[in-house]
Design a protein around this ligand. Structure first.
Ligand code: PLP
Length: 362
């Protein structure tokens, strides 16, 4: 069997969820969209269900996967419904739903439902992607309040730059949300992972009935480019490993792999690893990207191909065919691999495929 593996540590997932809730001192929806950022939504939700206040997914298909697996906690649809016909299913499966556009409000007013909805009405406080703008928000809120199809509304928004810790834009977005909330006691939800970890002043605006929405931090990757205090307490959940399947001794000056992108200036012992971009390892990772062989550090050399990549074993004379290679997750930081490859850990995690996932839970 091909030795590529993703070891998923569900205890680490629980630890990270507890950190989100402890730090925010309020309720937390565990964001498990995109198959729990590549970790397997059902297994992750099952591991969190005893303690989690609820879950958030992108769409109804993802929510129904969790309901079918027996998850009974609240589940929020972060992009709301895409067509009005979903509303009946939303009621049937007791889902919460984001509303971000006027046409959705129209649809909610028009439909006849068996039970009223819990809605999260989204304001565009500066992301400028989806959400009602602040001028239209009050009217949208009043229309929903007046509808017999609605039983509760949470005021929500999303930050565009919370991962930039010296950027005043987050504070500006928060002020928009606060001006809309005014003196009302409306529950709000604004915090993603970078806001939970890096913006205590934003958290202070919350009270105990509010909600935070941790995603990437649950999986133990940092949302920040630079080391950060609270983020350093996260535990990586996914550890991706494979094995060396061949070894080559090359004299100095011989190229390795597609495009001859790497030519060593010294005699080089090359290890070939069963891992490639078809598994989700980034093709843009350059020579020099860190890996570990049986726990010892070395680097990627040459281009990543679909099913294989090559690493430098010259300084690891005891290594050979069969040795375990860690690509990220334990000693190799996924943030470092992402940075080298010109991407973010979110994308590396979501892109994982073909690799066999193995779960552990104490
Ligand atoms: C994905 C998502 C989150 C989680 O974001 P992280 O940066 O992964 O914590 C929170 N809120 C919304 C609306 C999202 O779409």
């Amino acid at each position: 069997m091909r030795p590529a593996r993703a070891l998923i540590d569900l205890d680490a997932l629980r630890h990270n969820y507890d950190l989100a809730r402890h730090t925010s001192q309020t309720r937390a929806l565990a964001v498990v969209k995109a198959d729990a950022y590549g970790h397997g939504a059902v297994r992750c939700a099952q591991a969190l269900e005893p303690t989690a206040d609820g879950f958030a997914v992108a769409c109804i298909e993802e929510a129904l996967e969790l309901r079918d697996a027996g998850i009974r906690s609240p589940i929020l649809l972060l992009e709301g419904f895409f067509e009005a016909s979903e509303l009946e299913l939303i009621v049937k499966h007791d889902l919460w739903c984001v509303v971000h556009a006027d046409w959705q409000i129209d649809a909610i007013e028009r439909v006849r439902l068996k039970a009223p909805l819990t809605l999260w009405l989204k304001v565009d406080s500066g992301m400028h992607r989806v959400g009602l703008d602040s001028a239209a928000y009050k009217q949208g809120w009043q229309r929903l309040r007046a509808s017999r199809n609605v039983k509760g509304i949470v005021l929500m928004s999303h930050f565009a730059r919370a991962d930039e810790l010296n950027q005043p834009y987050t504070q500006k977005q928060l002020e928009v949300v606060q001006s809309i909330r005014g003196a009302s006691q409306a529950a709000i939800s604004v915090c993603n992972s970078p806001a939970i970890l890096g913006w205590p002043q934003v958290l202070q605006a919350h009270h105990h009935t509010d909600w935070v929405r941790p995603g990437i931090m649950l999986y133990g990757a940092s949302p920040f480019e630079h080391p950060q205090g609270l983020a350093s307490r996260l535990k990586p959940v996914m550890r991706v490993t494979s094995r060396i399947i061949a070894v080559r001794d090359l004299p100095a000056g011989e190229p390795i792999g597609y495009g001859a992108r790497f030519v060593s200036g010294r005699p080089t012992r090359v290890g070939v690893v069963a891992m490639g971009y078809a598994d989700g390892y980034p093709r843009h990772a350059p020579s020099g990207t860190p890996v570990r062989v049986n726990g010892q550090p070395t680097v990627l050399i040459g281009r990543v191909s679909m099913d294989m990549l090559t690493i430098d074993l010259s300084d690891l004379p005891d290594s050979g065919v069969g040795c375990e290679v860690e690509l990220w997750g334990g000693d190799v930081s996924i943030n470092e691999v992402a940075l080298q490859a010109g991407t973010i850990p979110y994308q590396l995690l979501c892109n994982l495929k073909r690799v066999h996932r193995i779960y552990t839970l104490q």
